[in-house]
Design a protein around this ligand. Structure first.
Ligand SMILES: Cc1cc2nc3c(=O)[nH]c(=O)nc-3n(C[C@H](O)[C@H](O)[C@H](O)COP(=O)(O)OP(=O)(O)OC[C@H]3O[C@@H](n4cnc5c(N)ncnc54)[C@H](O)[C@@H]3O)c2cc1C
Length: 531
């Protein structure tokens, strides 16, 4: 049985950061285990082709919830990365940290040491921003953050139209103020995707103290008494860890592994014949995600990116890309958007993701023709779901109830988001380009029941699962990890991925998850973060 100092379970956004930071000290023998392949598919690295990667389905876990009451009985299909880099290898590359208040709220909930001022140095230490610097930005981290190299006319028109309805232009969503619309910065470098694997694993994997296993799945953590001592893979292989094991398998897989290992609600584990190591009812509870509903308009002219992925146009885009790493293929497609305060609380509650094309989803064909898609999503969901075992067999899918839109406040926020997006679509800069609104059908918005039904029929995830092993105070019965990310009631085990978020941050989750991993590494090594 091979022995390591640290074992990292999952080579995604968080796992790659951790592998890098833990292996900086050549004394530390580090093993990273990833269930997916290496990130060799060339479409991963070309920003605009991430839809191809998702469509192929090879490098993703095709998670789907049980039929959801809040979605009119549809399951919430929630693909996640299953490849080195995890989500950061298949995502839309938008670089967002969330709102300052998100982290201050964590701190107020008892997660001392996680206020915005506490986490800012970790964000800065990771970041290598192409153009922004100062108090909020880093210029020397491994994660390249770049301005768009391609700005589609429909993206420009959206931004102008939004300002016409009174939403301010914001050149930096990660600076002093989140509110407003503009182009997103992306985790790309010189026109290529800059995943966590690219940013942090390429340097680490050439170190002699790092071992990376791909296409190997961890089934459970092994314990001697209350101490985590190793991991068992689904093929029966066992590796031991003399210092610590870090779970970074993402917010859907991590609670499953914890429960298979005997950490979870005691009664639930016993019902599956699993020996209880720690009775932590918060494992698999508190599931949260961002959900959006589409607002789409068809354009008079064939100006969207529809059809640009085939034929002579695709050849032209590829030629330009190969020569200069510029043009449409360097675009993350979701080039622009923004954050809007639809409830007048002084803090944005809706984010827009805007695409210069009419998009569908796995369970819905795109509307025909050229057009623009605006996706308003709520930022601070109140609905909570669960991930629980079906059996003690690691091959069995976990029972996943996302429970989306179970809290009426979430639906109310989406209604306001859709109404705001319709106003933007009707503003002069877009109105002159748009022939007709295709979604929701004109008139639906004047019937409150019909609009709510439309949202329940069409809403889809924005791919940000979180919260299923949440951090909290020692006296909080639903907390799974403490503020040092150590799993309560056992030794030698931490959770260091999106699962630990007590509440979902107000924005895209890749950068926040990397921040969590960077802080975890600092806790584990005792080496301070130089932010
Ligand atoms: C399609 C899509 C688009 C997105 N767009 C954006 C965006 O534009 N901007 C943004 O900020 N965020 C975006 N996100 C979200 C962001 O990428 C995720 O929040 C982030 O990657 C989560 O990081 P993680 O480390 O928690 O999990 P992951 O990155 O998912 O890593 C978990 C890893 O563990 C592996 N694993 C799982 N089970 C096992 C096991 N049993 N054994 C071994 N390995 C295992 C998985 O294969 C995976 O590689 C998007 C996500 C998706 C899926």
């Amino acid at each position: 049985m091979a022995n390591f100092d640290y074992i990292i379970v999952g080579g995604g956004s968080s796992g790659c950061v951790l592998a890098n930071r833990l292996s900086e000290n050549p004394e530390n023998k580090v093993l990273l285990i990833e269930s997916g392949r290496r990130d060799t598919d060339r479409w991963i690295h070309v920003p605009a082709t991430f839809f191809k990667v998702l469509g192929k389905g090879v490098d993703i876990h095709p998670y789907a919830s049980e039929p959801e009451k809040g979605l009119n009985g549809r399951p919430c299909i929630t693909p996640q990365g299953n490849v080195l880099g995890g989500g950061s290898s298949v995502n839309a590359m938008i670089y967002i940290r969330g709102h300052r208040n998100d982290y201050d709220t964590w701190s107020q909930m008892g997660c001392h040491g996680w206020s915005y001022d506490d986490v800012l140095p970790a964000f800065r230490s990771l970041e290598n921003n192409e153009s922004l610097s100062g108090e909020f930005h880093g210029r020397s981290g491994g994660l390249h953050v770049s301005n768009p190299r391609h700005r589609h006319p429909l993206s420009e028109a959206f931004i102008q139209a939004a300002t016409e309805v009174g939403i301010p232009y914001n050149p930096d969503f990660n600076g002093a103020d989140q509110e407003g619309v503009g182009f997103y910065q992306s985790t790309t470098y010189r026109g290529r995707r800059w995943s966590s694997a690219q940013a942090f694993l390429r340097d680490a994997e050439i170190r002699p103290n790092v071992t990376i296993l791909t296409e190997r799945k961890v089934a459970r953590i092994l314990f001697e008494g209350r101490r985590a001592t190793g991991v068992e893979l689904q093929d029966g292989t066992i590796f031991s860890a003399s210092k610590e094991i870090a779970l970074t398998a993402g917010a859907i897989a991590t609670p499953k592994i914890l429960q298979l290992s005997g950490i979870g609600e005691a009664e639930h584990l016993r019902s599956h014949g699993i020996n209880v190591v720690a009775d932590l009812p918060g494992v698999g509870a508190n599931y949260q995600d961002h959900l959006e509903a589409p607002v789409q308009g068809e354009t008079h002219e064939p100006i969207s990116i529809l059809g640009h992925d085939s034929g002579i146009r695709a050849v032209g885009h590829m030629a330009r890309y190969l020569l200069s790493h510029r043009g449409l293929l360097s675009s993350n497609v979701v080039e622009c958007g923004g954050f809007v305060d639809t409830a007048g609380t002084g803090q944005p509650d809706v984010q827009f993701h805007v695409l210069p094309v009419l998009v569908g989803f796995v369970d819905r064909d795109p509307e025909p023709g050229h057009g623009l898609s605006i996706g308003p999503c709520y930022l601070r969901p109140r609905s909570r779901g669960t991930i629980r075992l079906r059996s003690a067999d690691p091959n069995d899918r976990a029972e996943f109830n996302a429970n989306l839109l179970s809290d009426p406040a979430d639906l109310d926020t989406l209604v306001r988001g859709v109404e705001t997006a319709i106003r933007i679509l009707d503003a002069p800069a877009l109105a002159k380009l748009i022939k007709r609104r295709v979604l929701p059908k004109p008139g639906v918005e004047s019937d409150p029941a019909a609009l709510r039904d439309y949202i329940r029929r069409t809403a889809k995830t924005v791919f940000h699962p979180a919260g299923t092993a949440r951090m909290g105070r020692a006296d909080d019965p639903m907390a799974v990890v403490g503020v040092d990310l150590k799993v309560r009631g056992v030794e030698g085990l931490r959770v260091c991925d999106a699962s630990v978020m007590p509440t979902l941050v107000s924005g895209n989750t890749n950068a926040p998850v990397m921040m969590i991993a960077a802080r975890a590494a600092a806790f584990m090594t005792g080496k301070a973060i130089a932010g």
